[in-house]
Design a protein around this ligand. Structure first.
Ligand SMILES: *Cc1c(COP(=O)(O)O)cnc(C)c1O
Length: 376
């Protein structure tokens, strides 16, 4: 059986966790946490990185940091994970879903432009499959309308746009270390702050609205309640696991890229024959091989291929049900403009098995079975 995903394990995670335990400090923002945030700040060149219990939590922090209020509008793609929308819906904002570019499945800047009103507070972009959105266009729009830009870079660690790390381009970015992502600790995430004016409050919101982080650094002699906040810390047990993954990021990155390229090479003939579409990576983007997907002619052909692969013990996965079509999506937001691509592209997309260490043999098997499916 070839599973769809296997959480990444390097091998020395247990040793790091043991070290955390013997250090007598397993709550958040300890030495393993510091190791991870230093790595992120250096690797991505952001002003501040904070480890959070999830990308969902980091997105919630961005809504608190921007003081998102009822009546504010937040623009995002409909083709995304629920957390992108929930973070702002939780604050009462109205979600403005817009269409995607079918080539990348990323938010279409032209549709964003049409959705901007006097109520618009922020644009939230999602770098699908670790391939960057058109950030130049997004930033130009945001600057001319004085809007915040948040990057949901849950899938984007180790990807770049014009040489800049995803998550480090907008005012803030968020990462996920869920076990379905390239670098993991089971459940975890990070908030990346690129606008230094947000950093001090971000630390307080993470620490239950107190200035405890400044107290721990010895900058003040007593910490107090300063702001709204919650507990948005990652345990040192998780940070220890994560620190090993980040240390080996390059190895994980290249292993995944190798597998991604093998799929892309092995399936090219089917694209040339007009049977399927392969993912596109625009020129300014270097991607992290977060996902390999193909697009079938339509939903029923996708279903047939998925069944066929399942019979051969190959597990594949569809992806997002467009949020604007979901019960809560209708309650908290609306689709602005025409749904030209979101629903049709979502219906024909199928994700293939891809994880650290999957190996050439397994990918060969998947490629061969897909070729077999199309044989007359
Ligand atoms: C995985 C993912 C999330 C949620 O991440 P968690 O760490 O599980 O909260 C949010 N947005 C996108 C685009 C994701 O892929």
């Amino acid at each position: 059986m070839i599973p769809f995903n296997k959480p990444c394990v390097i091998g020395s995670e247990m040793t790091a966790i043991q070290q955390a335990i013997t250090s007598n400090k397993i709550s958040g923002n300890g030495s393993f946490g510091k190791k991870c945030t230093n790595w992120l700040e250096n690797q991505l060149t952001c002003d501040k990185a904070l480890l959070t219990p999830s990308c969902t939590a980091a997105l919630e922090m961005t809504a608190l940091l921007l003081n998102v209020q009822p009546d504010d509008e937040v623009i995002m793609p409909s083709y995304t994970f629920v957390s992108t929308a929930n973070a702002y819906a939780l604050r009462g904002a109205s979600i403005r879903f817009v269409d995607i570019d079918p080539g990348t499945m990323n938010i279409d800047p032209k549709e964003v432009a049409r959705a901007i009103t006097d109520q618009t507070k922020a644009i939230v972009v999602v770098h699908y499959a670790g391939v960057s959105c058109d950030m130049d266009e997004i930033l130009t729009l945001a600057n001319s309308h004085n809007l915040w830009v948040i990057e949901d870079a849950a899938q984007g660690l180790m990807s770049t746009y014009k040489g800049k790390a995803l998550g480090s381009i907008g005012h803030m970015g968020t990462l996920s270390f869920h076990d379905t992502k390239n670098y993991t600790c089971g459940e975890g995430g990070a908030l990346l702050i690129n606008d230094p004016s947000l950093s001090e409050r971000a630390e307080m919101i993470q620490e239950k609205g107190t200035n405890r982080s400044q107290f721990i650094r010895g900058e003040i002699d007593k910490y107090t309640w300063r702001d709204v906040g919650s507990s948005y810390l990652l345990s040192e047990i998780n940070a220890a696991y994560l620190s090993v993954q980040l240390e080996h990021a390059s190895k994980i990155h290249h292993d995944r890229l190798h597998s991604w390229n093998q799929y892309n090479h092995g399936l090219l003939n089917l694209q040339l024959a007009g049977k399927i579409d392969l993912p596109t990576v625009p020129n300014p983007c270097e991607h992290n091989a977060h996902m390999y997907y193909i697009k079938m002619k339509n939903q029923s052909e996708r279903y047939q291929l998925q069944q066929f692969l399942d019979e051969h013990e190959i597990v594949t996965a569809t992806h997002y049900v467009p949020l604007h079509s979901a019960h809560a999506g209708k309650q908290f937001g609306a689709f602005i403009g025409e749904d030209t691509h979101t629903t049709t592209e979502s219906n024909r997309l199928l994700r293939l098995p891809l994880y650290y260490g999957i190996g050439e043999e397994a990918i060969n098997d998947v490629v061969n079975k897909i070729q077999l499916f199309f044989q007359p």
